[in-house]
Ligand binder design. Structure first.
Ligand code: ADP
Ligand code: ZN
Length: 435
């Protein structure tokens, strides 16, 4: 089901026209209302009048997470506080959080973005949408909540955690759609498997909207089988409002980005030049509609590529490939670039392992060490190391061939790796430098 066919299926030509109009307007606002942007544009010698269409976007300065921290909390705001209705902040664990503020229109547009993704999973009136993303400053909870409201669905604002209650209400209230991080969804699936009170046969669960962290096709398969649902990827970031910057359609073949609101570019993170169409690089967004905190060319640090071939669903909105990871999640181990999601990909290829893992990187005797904790599934697990041996070898070989580094694998009992209710933490890099 398409929430807003007029926009989601707009011709590419009309979309560019709309983007151009909106860019011209937002650049003018940024220049006039936000001293930070005026300074940055002056430094580059760019005036708002130089921006006549979306083709001129590369003349504009980039904005980085660093800039947002420097301007903390409201330095990038383009409206008076009396026009602000809400404040959110990223869940970032280091330093000051990244702040986003919203006018009424900003909240409405944000909900629109989420509603488009929910509609792709046929969510509408009568659906019970269990929002198990955290509520609070984190954008996940309220973002999904408002999107469900916009679809006319029933919101179940349970927030993250309290898994026993989650599955009890899932059964009692007839939840049809689940919104949470993929790692928490997996944990809920485990709880259902183990529960003597709730069986999967009693649930009406039909679709899940998972995001806020990278996940893999292997994880999708696992979630779809275990929960008997369609698992749809939803993407977003606080800097662009929150979840619902884009999402997958029923074909699950890339994330449609809502380009009428968020203009995407892919750049080479070293040269800052655009990559050739279809190539991988860093995703950059310009907010085309945000009023309270408009953002020009925000460097997300997410690595992906854009797919311009038309999608079978009829939406013309560009698709992005699965996010490989954030550039700051990339580990350089013995000179090899490694993303945590590669380990998830390998683990989900094996029927013997759960998708849970934890990586510890350290440096001993001038050499990087790479320790990988994994869990064997109940049926295969034995505390006896001799019985674990036959399972370690194939995993080791696969990691060496796919990722290119030799891991020290440690087998743990099923359930031993910490389960997360929000974004999972997969890495502890003990080296006091990156790279
Ligand atoms: P924080 O930076 O503290 O994690 P956010 O909640 O704003 O705060 O996180 C946004 C980031 O989460 C994105 O830039 C991206 O790295 C990641 N993310 C969000 N949704 C997805 C998704 N569907 N797939 C992969 N990564 C995602
Ligand atoms: Zn599609």
């Amino acid at each position: 089901m398409i929430h807003n066919p007029e926009i989601e299926c707009m011709s590419r030509e009309d979309m560019r026209k709309l983007q151009s109009e909106r860019l011209v307007k937002i650049v003018k606002t940024c220049y006039e209302k936000v001293p930070f942007y005026r300074r940055k544009m002056d430094e580059l010698g760019v005036k708002p009048s130089d921006i006549k269409s979306i083709d001129d976007i590369s003349k504009l300065p980039f904005t980085t997470k660093h800039d947002l921290r420097d301007e903390y909390p409201f330095g990038l705001q383009a409206v008076p506080m009396t026009d602000v209705r809400r404040i959110h902040a990223s869940s970032g664990t280091t330093g000051k959080p990244v702040v986003d503020t919203y006018t009424d229109n900003d909240i409405a547009n944000w909900s629109e973005g989420v509603a488009r993704v929910l509609a792709a999973g046929n969510v509408g009136k009568g659906d019970v949408v269990q929002v198990a993303y955290g509520y609070g400053l984190f954008t996940g909870g309220l973002g999904a909540h408002d999107g469900a409201n916009k679809r006319g669905a029933i919101q179940l604002p349970i927030s993250a955690g309290n898994s026993e209650k989650q599955i009890m209400l899932m059964k009692d209230f007839g939840t049809s759609a689940l919104c949470c991080t993929p790692s928490y969804a997996l944990h809920l699936a485990e709880c259902i498997e183990k529960s003597d009170k709730v069986s999967i046969d009693e649930l009406k669960l039909r679709v899940g909207f998972f995001g806020a962290e990278p996940w893999t096709e292997g994880m999708r398969k696992e979630l779809e089988e275990k929960l008997r649902i369609k698992a749809i990827d939803i993407y977003g970031l606080t800097e662009m409002s929150g979840p619902g910057v884009g999402g997958e359609c029923e074909y699950q073949n890339g994330t449609h980005l809502w380009e009428d609101m968020f203009y995407p570019e892919i750049i080479n993170p070293d040269t800052l030049e655009p990559v050739a169409p279809g190539e991988f690089g860093e995703l950059v967004f310009t907010s085309l509609c945000k009023e309270a905190m408009p953002i020009l060319r925000y460097r997300t640090r997410d690595l992906t590529r854009l797919i311009y071939e038309p999608c079978k669903c009829g939406r013309t909105a560009v698709r992005m490939d699965r996010i490989l990871g954030r550039s700051d999640d990339m580990m350089i181990i013995r000179g090899v670039n490694v993303f945590p999601s590669q380990i998830e990909t390998v683990l989900t290829e094996f029927p013997t392992y759960t998708p849970y893992y934890f990586i510890t990187v350290d440096r001993k005797n001038n050499e990087d060490t790479f320790d990988l904790d994994v869990e064997l599934r109940e049926e295969f697990y034995s505390p006896n190391p001799a019985k674990q041996m036959p399972y370690i070898k194939p995993l080791y070989d696969r990691i060496v061939s796919l990722v290119g580094i030799k891991p020290n694998i440690h087998i743990l009992a099923p359930g031993a790796i910490e389960r997360s209710t929000g974004k999972a933490k997969h890495v502890n890099d003990k080296r006091n430098f990156k790279g």
